[in-house]
Design a protein around this ligand. Structure first.
Ligand code: CA
Ligand code: ZN
Length: 294
């Protein structure tokens, strides 16, 4: 068992120095700050007091020995232990309704007995999830707040305890980093924050040898998912749908038309988030139809 706690990055890149080296099958605990880098501790704070250069930190990265560009990284989320208080914000011009937000506001949300206490009589069940999780991108330096083929800020509520995320490997060792846990988040994340909270994430990292993917995929107890992010929601929808169609053709031996019709019959196109620099969607297919991605 390994722990990563003190090294944080604000952008994903092949040039980030690993905080730790682990091996195929190792279990690693990531201590993560919230997306504001824990700068908000009081509802009287205002958004413009924040240091915006220190936003969306990810803990890591870790180097996975033996992970090469001919392989896929499998990250199984074993546990997410939440801190005691989460934070939400409303910011003018941010989120779906941003133009109607006149004044910024900070809200602290205590976590008590598995519920996020929004108001005394409005309790939201905690559904811990990981907002930012990814590897070093193929090229360039990508801020942790941006999602893409390498993962990143996908804000996918299905990346939660018990699910396995598959990420492409663009550089030796993969350089896995994660952060931005939410105690709960609705699909869409319409106001630009979930219930942002520091956490301890326990994951198992494995290498799927000899399998190459070009975008993130996910499996949980119920579904297999493809995931795509793009500036245009329409294009993200196209990519997630096309990738799943190709998987159905390969795994089930279907023609293109048949795979498309099967998706049309039982695939669920779901929104992850519509508020980050790129929008993220997922295409879900029940395991009764597609038992596994690989
Ligand atoms: Ca996020
Ligand atoms: Zn977040």
């Amino acid at each position: 068992m390994y722990t990563v706690s003190d090294q944080k990055i604000y952008a994903m890149s092949k040039d980030n120095k690993p905080a730790l080296t682990v091996h195929d099958g190792d279990i690693v605990i990531f201590s993560t700050s919230d997306c504001f880098d824990n700068q908000i501790t009081d509802e009287r704070q205002t958004i413009d007091q924040l240091d915006w250069d220190h936003i969306n930190p990810a803990t890591g990265p870790i180097f996975i020995e033996g992970a090469t560009i001919d392989d896929t990284l499998k990250v199984t989320i074993l546990d997410i232990e939440l801190d005691k208080v989460g934070t939400m914000v409303a910011i003018p011009d941010n989120g779906v309704l941003g133009k109607l937000v006149n004044q910024s506001e900070v809200k602290r949300v205590p976590i008590i007995n598995g519920y996020a206490v929004f108001h005394e009589d409005l309790k939201v069940p905690c559904k811990p999830m990981i907002g930012v999780i990814g590897v070093a991108p193929q090229t360039g330096v990508i801020p942790c707040g941006t999602p893409g083929e390498h993962g990143g800020n996908m804000d996918n509520a299905r990346i939660t305890i018990g699910s396995s995320l598959y990420l492409p490997i663009f550089h030796e060792g993969a350089l896995l980093a994660m952060g931005d846990v939410h105690a709960a988040m609705g699909d869409g994340e319409i106001m630009v924050s979930g219930i942002e909270i520091p956490a301890k994430i326990t994951v198992k990292v494995e290498i799927v040898k000899g399998t190459v993917i070009t975008s993130p995929m996910l499996e949980d107890g119920l579904n297999c998912y493809t995931i795509a992010s793009h500036e245009s929601l329409e294009e993200a929808i196209y990519q997630a749908t096309l990738t799943m169609t190709e998987i159905l053709m390969n795994k089930l031996g279907l023609s293109f038309n048949e795979a498309g019709m099967l998706l049309s019959a039982c695939g669920n196109l779901e929104i992850c988030q519509v508020v980050d620099p790129k929008r993220t969607v997922r295409m879900a297919v029940p395991k009764s139809i597609l038992p596994s991605l690989f």
